[in-house]
Each structure stands twice: as structure tokens, then as C-alpha cells.
Design a protein around this ligand. Sequence first.
Ligand code: GNR
Ligand code: NI
Length: 171
Amino acid sequence: MTIKPLIILPDPVLRQVSKPIERVDTDLQRLSDDMLETMYDAPGIGLAAIQIGVPRRMLVIDLSKEGEEKQPLVFINPEIVSSSDDRSVYEEGCLSIPDYYAEVERPAKVTVKYLDREGKEESVEADGLLATCLQHEIDHLNGVLFIDHISRLKREMVIKKFTKAAKSKVL
Ligand code: GNR
Ligand code: NI
């Protein structure tokens, strides 16, 4: 397993729309292991493949707490098939936008269809943090970031700050 470098705002790679996965094979399972290792190292509670530069529709999530047993979840070709009308607000962050946090309102519950790590069709009815995290990660697969759900003023400030930071880095 390998820890991969994270793609950071304003890298245009983050705006790519990821392509569906056609075959769940050992290469893909290796990619999911690398994603989990990268997420645990960061640390974060979720990671989409595009965040390590792979434009494929796969994401990983682990909501277990520090010191608890790990609960790695792998979602391949996930699709939101229904969303609740009631909303909830969470303070979100993103490994691709380090050290920036903002409140985002999303549907409180979602039903997601997906393939698991073995390629088996599954579905989950998620609420709470899992619902928020799934929506945040599925947004990544569509080139959408959580800052797209906040005010334009705040979003432009964040993008400006990260653009400046990237320019000041030696290539
Ligand atoms: O680690 C993460 N924490 C988080 C907190 C609230 C809502 C969503 C997230 S996902 C984020 C990791 C990440 O950037 N996934 O794409
Ligand atoms: Ni993110």
C-alpha cells in the first residue's frame, strides 16, 4: 500500500468529472487500498480517487473514531437514488483545501446505490455524518467542491488564497 500525494486547490484536476469504473479487479482493489492509506495518513474521514489524481468513480470513507477499530468503506460507481427534503448543516473540510472549514447545508438523508470492493451491488440509507460525507465525496466525482455550496464571496476568497499559495511554491 502506498500513500499518494493529494491534489490541492486550485489544481484543475479537481474539476474533472470522473469516469465510471468498468471492471472491479485487483488493480482497482489496490487503488482502493492506496486511497484508504492516503486518507488514514492525512488524516481524513473520506477520499475520492480524483484527490490522488485518478479520474475514476470510486471513494472511500471511514467514520470510526481514533482508537476504535477501523471501518473502511469502499464505494464504486456510487449514485444517489433518493434524497430527503429535510436538510442538515455540518462544518465541512476537505483534504484538497487544507485548514479551511465552512458550514454546508445538504439533504439530511440519502440512499446511495454502489458496487462494493468485490463488485457486488449494494445500497445504503445514510443519515448523519455518513450522509454528509457521501454527498461530499460524490460531489468530487462530479468535479464539485464543498466551497461551491458556500457564498460566492467566501469561495472567491478561499480560491484566491490557495492560488497565491500555489504560486509562491517552487516547482
Ligand atoms: O476529512 C474530511 N472531513 C469531512 C468533514 C465534514 C464533511 C466532509 C468531510 S470529507 C473530508 C475528507 C475529504 O476531503 N474528502 O473528500
Ligand atoms: Ni473533499
